[in-house]
Structures are given as structure tokens and as C-alpha cells.
Design a protein around this ligand. Structure first.
Ligand code: PLP
Length: 505
């Protein structure tokens, strides 16, 4: 009783929530904290110089016995957490696939927290379910995918690929959902993907009991695209040996170079061979919104499933990945299973998204997509993606004009791979790796390294809306200066340089 009276006066209670006025005050403080963080982010180091375990060492080993004030918790965020972070939203963060942190995205994410629903069935939150259907369809229209495709939102593309291949497996080996794979007279199934594709295909094969070794890596051509002739030959060889080709995972925007597989030709093979075609457009799919990049979705009309990560290229904060399936009912048939406690929730003819995957509980992810896409509009998305493409092409031109460097792959979308070559050819891998390590350790910029044809290259990925041409100029200067310093440290006289040994020459 006393508890209720205190609560109605907005005073703190022993069992309930924080006092209302205090909550309001802290929300305002937090709003200021977020705005300050965003405003001053450039003054932070992009990456910490902490050694492994340094952050853990500042935190107690046991959880607190008594509650602590929010001010103290926020102060630890300032002093322990923020300095121990790689700041993906920093304008000099040029690694991986540049992040999609934007002010409207942050607002959308914040908004979904107090609403705190579980979007497992339509009835558990009609608005969350119906908004998910709406934003999935907006994106489908923006990228130009036919309306035979419907989708579902998962956290990541890896999860999407696993679900797509689960349907492919069910169609290749009916009743696997019921009977499993063992003690049945089933062939060995094969999945094909390029040597540049993401390891998500292997992870899916592991999870689905298909076996990591049954994911066959098809060689790529000189522009890092799957070689279709090799694919055809490998499928024929596998059939000859009694194996069953099941699926191809084609990539639109590979992880290292953002290359695009020849999907139309691959799709033709899949049709002839009656194989599932999954398109991993986790990165590249978003670029199909840009009119001059429409070509990236050539052949998609023949696919069975497509995954796109708006948290990579369509400005939705992590995590938000959409799996589209031609005839979404195929996916539902594999995963629908209604627990008794939810049976009454599933009587309406509406979608229950729990039926489309292994996850039961689901966040209200659609809200943040709706907020950011309404805030930017399609034109705003296109303008920002075009700017990333422009910066990538600009960097690519600078690399081409500098004798100390070479492009390692054609610039594609927001990705540029290049290599420092002005030194002893035998030391180039180490030198390029050292350049990236040294820049990242100093925290003034953050880059990625990758291997292309067994050579270490520097990789830059654009995506952050705060990154301007000025930041890029600073980054390029830093790379050149660091390259000179690293070469000097390796004590190789300049006359032994091997700048004429160009990649692919
Ligand atoms: C081409 C491609 N596919 C799939 C993935 C996996 O994405 P996620 O982290 O959403 O699982 C990545 C990650 O970078 C990727 O580059």
C-alpha cells in the first residue's frame, strides 16, 4: 500500500522503478551526454591503445551487492568504457564496412527501448509486426526486387544465410525438418560459393549438419568475381562422383573488395541444375537503391533468396538484416512451430514472425529502420551512398597517381584495396601489415588489412556519414607518412625498391 502511494507520488520505491522525476532528470542528462558524444567524437582516439585485459582490470570481478547511482555508472562509461572502444562512428574510422551511425538512427534506436515489446506474433505487438512488413517492402521496392519476394528481419546476414540454406536443404531432402539427416539414404549435398565469399556459408553448413567441407570455394577471376566456368565444371564433377549440388551462394559486394559475382550467369546454371540460388548482398544490396548501381541486382529475379544488411549500407543502426525469399511460405514451412502458450495468439490471418526462423523473442527492429528511412527519404539514402562512391573513387585516383602504391582491386562501391609497393618485394606483406597496425595503434585513423591472392593489402571502407573529403585527405597523408616511416624502420635502402613489381603484372 505504502509502496503504491510512493509510486503514485513519483517517489523512489523499494521494489518498483526509479522515481519519476529522477528518471526524467537523468534522461535529460543522458540526452546531453549523447549529443556531446556525437559533437566531440572527433577529439577521441579512434581506437584504444589498451592491452588485452586492461578494461577488465578496471572493473570489479563480482557484480555489486547494492544498487549504484546512475551518475556513477555514467562516469565509469566516460572513464573506462569510452576510452576502451574502437569508435566505429568516428569520421576517421575507415575499416571493415564503415558504420551506419547517424543522428536519426540514434533517435530511432532510443525510441524502441521504452516501447520494449516482443514482436514474436502479430498479437504480441500488431504495430511491430505490421511495421516490419511495411519497411521490408519499402526496401524491396527501393532495390527493385520483384514482389514475389517477401522478407523477415534478423539480426545479421549470417543468420539469414543459415535460414535460406535450411530451406534449400528441406527442398533438396524433404522431411529433413521431421526426420533429420541421419539414418536416411541421402546423398552428400554441396554448396558452392566463391573464394572471396564470406565464411557465413561454412557457418551455415556447420549449423545445418551439411558439413563445412561440403562448401566448395570456386576460384574468382582477375576482378575477384566467381568464375562461372569453374563453377559449371565443379558441379559436373561432383555429380559424376555421386554428390548432389544443392545451392550456390553468389555475392554482391564481397567482404574484401566489394566485387560482384556474375549473378545472371550463375542463376542460369542454378535453374538448369535445379539448385537453390542465394544472393549474399549483405553489403552490396543497399547500393541497388542508387540508380546508376541498379546493375548490381541483375539476375536477382532468378534467385530463391537474397540477404541485405541495411546496417551496413542503408543507415539503420546495427543490428538489422533482411532475408528475402521468393515465396516466403517456403521458409515458414520449415520453421513454424507454435508453442502451446502462444496457440491463441496465432489465430488471426496475420504474419507471426516467430514462424520464420529459430528465434522466438524478437526486438522491435523495424522502428529504427522506419525512423531513419523516413528521416532521410530514398533521395537522402542515394545522396549519401553516392558520396561514399565518390570518396572511394577519389582515393582510388590518388593511389593510381602515386608511384609508391598500387591498386590491388578495382574500387567498388565504398571499398578501396591498395598496397604499398615502394620497397623490397620480399618485405611488402609485412610492411603493408605494419602500416595498418601502426596507424591503428596510434588511434588517429582506423584501417583494415586483408589478403588478396596471398598478398597483404590495405583496405578502406567508407560508410560513415561524418567522413568528409577532408578526413580522407588527412587519412591518405597519414598512410603515406606511415609508409615512409615503416620503410625507413625496416632499413631497406631505397635503391632496392621493387615498385615495378605490380600486382597482377
Ligand atoms: C559479404 C558479407 N556477407 C555476410 C557477412 C556477415 O554479416 P553479418 O555480420 O551481418 O552476419 C559479411 C560481413 O561483413 C559480409 O561482408
Amino acid at each position: 500500500m505504502q509502496e503504491r502511494q510512493q509510486e503514485s507520488r513519483g517517489e523512489p520505491t523499494q521494489f518498483g522503478d526509479m522515481a519519476r522525476e529522477k528518471f526524467r532528470k537523468q534522461l535529460h542528462e543522458l540526452a546531453d551526454w549523447i549529443a556531446d558524444f556525437r559533437e566531440h567524437i572527433e577529439q577521441l582516439l579512434v581506437a584504444p591503445d589498451a592491452k588485452p585485459g586492461a578494461i577488465r582490470a578496471q572493473l570489479p570481478r563480482h557484480g555489486p551487492e547494492k544498487g549504484e547511482p546512475f551518475e556513477k555508472i555514467l562516469s565509469d562509461v566516460d572513464h573506462i568504457i569510452v576510452p576502451g572502444m574502437v569508435h566505429w562512428s568516428h569520421p576517421m574510422f575507415l575499416g571493415y564496412f564503415g558504420w551506419t551511425s547517424t543522428a536519426p538512427g540514434i533517435l530511432g534506436e532510443i525510441l524502441s527501448v521504452p516501447l520494449s515489446v516482443n514482436a514474436m506474433t502479430w498479437r504480441t505487438c500488431p504495430a511491430a509486426t505490421e511495421l516490419e512488413t511495411v519497411v521490408i517492402d519499402w526496401l524491396r521496392q527501393w532495390v527493385g526486387l520483384s514482389d514475389e519476394f517477401e522478407g523477415v528481419v534478423y539480426d545479421t546476414a549470417s543468420v539469414g544465410i543459415m535460414h535460406a540454406l535450411a530451406v534449400a536443404r528441406e527442398e533438396a531432402a524433404p522431411k529433413t525438418r521431421k526426420l533429420g539427416l541421419t539414418d536416411r539414404d541421402l546423398p552428400r549435398f554441396r554448396i558452392y560459393t566463391s573464394d572471396q565469399a564470406h565464411s557465413a556459408a561454412e557457418k551455415a553448413a556447420i549449423a545445418l549438419g551439411l558439413g563445412e567441407e561440403n562448401v566448395i570455394r570456386i576460384p574468382s577471376d582477375d576482378q575477384f568475381r566467381m568464375d562461372v566456368n569453374s563453377l559449371g565444371r565443379r558441379i559436373a564433377q561432383d555429380r559424376y562422383n555421386g554428390l548432389q549440388p544443392m545451392a550456390v551462394v553468389a555475392t554482391v559486394g564481397t567482404t574484401s573488395t566489394a566485387s560482384v559475382d556474375p549473378v545472371s550467369e550463375i542463376a542460369k546454371i542454378c535453374r538448369e541444375e535445379k539448385m537453390w540460388l542465394h544472393i549474399d548482398a549483405a553489403y552490396g544490396g543497399g547500393f541497388a537503391i542508387v540508380p546508376e548501381y541498379k546493375w548490381v541486382c541483375n539476375g536477382w529475379e532468378l534467385a530463391d533468396s537474397v540477404v541485405i544488411n541495411p546496417h551496413k549500407t542503408v543507415f539503420v543502426p546495427l543490428d538489422f538484416s533482411v532475408l528475402y525469399v521468393r515465396g516466403l511460405e517456403r521458409l515458414r514451412r520449415v520453421f513454424t512451430l507454435v508453442p502451446e502458450v502462444l496457440r491463441g495468439d496465432t489465430i488471426e490471418g496475420e504474419k507471426n514472425y516467430m514462424d520464420y526462423g529459430i528465434q522466438l523473442g524478437r526486438r522491435f527492429r523495424a522502428l529504427k529502420a522506419w525512423v531513419i528511412w523516413r528521416s532521410l527519404g530514398r533521395a537522402g539514402v542515394v545522396a549519401r551512398l553516392r558520396e561514399q562512391i565518390r570518396l572511394a573513387n577519389l582515393l582510388s585516383d590518388w593511389v593510381k597517381r602515386d608511384n609508391g602504391f598500387e591498386l590491388s582491386a578495382p574500387a567498388s562501391m565504398g571499398v578501396v584495396c591498395f598496397r604499398f609497393i615502394d620497397s623490397d618485394v620480399n618485405k611488402l606483406d609485412k610492411l603493408n601489415s605494419d602500416i595498418v597496425e601502426r596507424i591503428n595503434a596510434k588511434g588517429r585513423a582506423y584501417l583494415t588489412q586483408t589478403k588478396l591472392r596471398d598478398r597483404t593489402v590495405i583496405r578502406i571502407g567508407f560508410g560513415n556519414v561524418l567522413t568528409t573529403e577532408e578526413h580522407l585527405r588527412k587519412g591518405w597523408k597519414l598512410i603515406r607518412e606511415t609508409a615512409d616511416a615503416v620503410r625507413a624502420k625496416s632499413q631497406i635502402p631505397k635503391d632496392q625498391s621493387a615498385s615495378d613489381l605490380r600486382l597482377g603484372a
